[in-house]
Design a protein around this ligand. Structure first.
Ligand code: GLA
Length: 404
C-alpha cells in the first residue's frame, strides 16, 4: 500500500515536471496510428473532393469500424504564403479551405491530417516549414489538424533532431494535440532520438508498389515490401506505445495480387507498424477490403503491449515471425518469400522461444495446451497436441494466434 502511494506520488511529480502543453501529446498514439494518406495512389493529384469522398468511403466501407481513423492529405495541397507568411492552400483544389475540410472529416467521426516538410520546400516543391514552424503550427491548430506528417526534403545543413524538435515545440505551443509523424527516411537514425520528439518515424526511404524489387531513380531508390521489411532489422527495441517505427504507408490495394497484399499487410501488423492505407478507398475490391479490414490481424498490430515482432527463424525461404501479445498470447506468422509453394511443419513439442527484449516465453513443449487460430481463415484450427502441417503458397503467409 505504502509502495503504491509512493509510486503514485512519483508519477504525479514526474507529470508535473513535463510542461502542460507537452502533456497533451503524451497519451497520443498509444497503439500504432491507423488511417489513410493520399501520396501512394494520388501523389500531387489531391483535392477537397478526393478527401471528402475518401472520408465518406472510410466510413461506408467499414474501414472506420475496423479502426482506421486519420485521413491525411500528403504533399501538394499548399501553393504559397500570404503577405504575413501564413501558408495558403491551393484555392482551385481546396476552394472551401482546409478548416472546412477538417470540419467535414471530423463530422464523420474521423481525424484529419496534413503534410509539410522541415526544409524550405516540400519534396514536391511547395512552400514548407523552415522558418515558419510556429506560424504553421498555429494555423494547423486553428484548422483542427490532428496529425502532421513532416518530411525531410531541401533541408541542406539542417540538423534533423534540432529541426524536428523545433516543430515539436511549435506544435506544443499551439496547444492542439497533434500526432507528429517524422518522415526523415531513417537518414539520421531517428529511432535513437525521436521518442521524445514525435509519435512515429519513418525508418526507410519510400515504399515502391511491388512485393520484392528495388526501383532505382538514380540519385535515390524506392523499396519493395520485402526490402522495407529487411531494413527494420535491429530496430524493434525502439518501438512501443506512443513511439513507433514507421516502415511507410501501405501499398495494399494498388495492384499487387491478393497473396502479396495479404503478406504485406500481415508483416506490417507483425511489426506493430502504423497502418496507413495508401489506395483509393472509393474503389476498393472486396479482396483488398478483406485484407485491410481483417480485424483479427489488425488486433495483432494494435495489441496494447505494443511489442514489435521479430524474425525468429528462416528455413528454405520461409521466415517464422513472432510477436508477444497481451494475456500471454502470441502471434506466429510464417512468411513464404519465394514464388513457389512451400510445405511447413510446426512441431509444437519442440517449440520454446524466449523474446529477450520483452522477457516473454512461448513454450508449447510441456503439458499445457494452447489453441491455434488461423487469422486469415478466421477459424480455430486445433491445438498444440499435434504438429501443424500446411502448404503456404508463394509470397503468402500463414498467420496464427496461439492462446490458452
Ligand atoms: C517524400 C516522402 C513521401 C511523400 C513525398 C511527397 O518522398 O517520403 O512519403 O510524402 O515526399 O512529396
Amino acid at each position: 500500500m505504502k509502495n503504491t502511494k509512493h509510486l503514485l506520488l512519483l508519477a504525479v511529480l514526474a507529470c508535473s515536471l513535463i510542461p502542460l502543453q507537452a502533456q497533451k501529446f503524451q497519451g497520443l498514439a498509444q497503439t500504432p496510428p491507423m488511417g489513410w494518406n493520399s501520396w501512394n495512389k494520388f501523389a500531387c493529384d489531391v483535392s477537397e473532393k478526393l478527401i471528402r469522398e475518401t472520408a465518406d468511403a472510410m466510413v461506408s466501407s467499414g474501414m472506420k469500424d475496423a479502426g482506421y481513423e486519420y485521413v491525411v492529405i500528403d504533399d501538394c495541397w499548399q501553393v504559397s504564403r500570404d503577405s504575413l507568411g501564413f501558408i495558403v492552400a491551393d484555392p482551385q483544389r481546396f476552394p472551401s479551405g482546409i478548416k472546412a475540410l477538417a470540419d467535414y472529416v471530423h463530422s464523420k467521426g474521423l481525424k484529419f491530417g496534413i503534410y509539410s516538410c522541415a526544409g524550405d520546400k516540400t519534396c514536391g516543391g511547395r512552400p514548407a516549414g523552415r522558418g515558419h514552424e510556429y506560424q504553421d503550427a498555429l494555423m494547423y491548430a486553428k484548422w483542427g489538424v490532428d496529425y502532421l506528417k513532416y518530411d525531410w526534403c531541401n533541408t541542406e545543413k539542417l540538423n534533423a533532431e534540432g529541426a524536428y524538435t523545433t516543430m515539436r515545440d511549435a506544435l506544443h505551443e499551439a496547444g492542439r494535440p497533434i500526432v507528429f509523424s517524422l518522415c526523415e527516411w531513417g537518414d539520421n537514425k531517428p529511432w535513437k532520438w525521436a521518442k521524445e520528439v514525435g509519435h512515429l518515424w519513418r525508418t526507410t526511404g519510400d515504399i515502391y508498389n511491388c512485393f520484392d524489387c528495388i526501383n532505382d531513380h538514380g540519385t535515390w531508390k524506392s523499396w519493395g515490401v520485402m526490402q522495407i521489411l529487411d531494413k527494420q532489422d535491429g530496430l524493434r527495441q525502439y518501438a512501443g506505445p506512443g513511439h513507433w517505427n514507421d516502415p511507410d504507408m501501405m501499398q495494399v490495394g494498388n495492384g499487387m495480387p491478393l497473396n502479396e497484399e495479404r503478406a504485406h499487410f500481415t508483416m506490417w501488423c507483425m511489426m506493430a507498424s502504423p497502418l496507413i492505407s495508401g489506395n483509393d478507398l472509393r474503389k476498393m475490391s472486396p479482396e483488398t477490403l478483406g485484407v485491410l479490414a481483417n480485424k483479427e490481424v489488425i488486433a495483432i498490430d494494435q495489441d496494447s503491449l505494443g511489442i514489435q515482432g521479430f524474425r525468429h527463424a528462416v528455413k528454405d525461404s520461409v521466415e517464422t515471425w513472432m510477436k508477444p501479445l497481451k494475456n500471454g498470447e502470441w502471434a506466429l506468422c510464417l512468411l513464404n518469400r519465394s514464388k513457389s509453394p512451400k510445405s511447413v511443419e510446426l512441431n509444437w513439442k519442440t517449440i520454446s522461444v524466449t523474446d529477450t527484449l520483452s522477457n516473454r516465453t512461448l513454450d508449447t513443449t510441456g503439458k499445457e495446451l494452447y489453441k491455434i487460430r488461423d487469422l486469415w481463415l478466421k477459424k480455430n484450427t486445433g491445438d498444440t497436441r499435434k504438429p501443424l502441417k500446411a502448404i503456404i503458397p508463394g509470397q503468402d503467409v500463414l498467420c496464427l494466434k496461439i492462446f490458452k
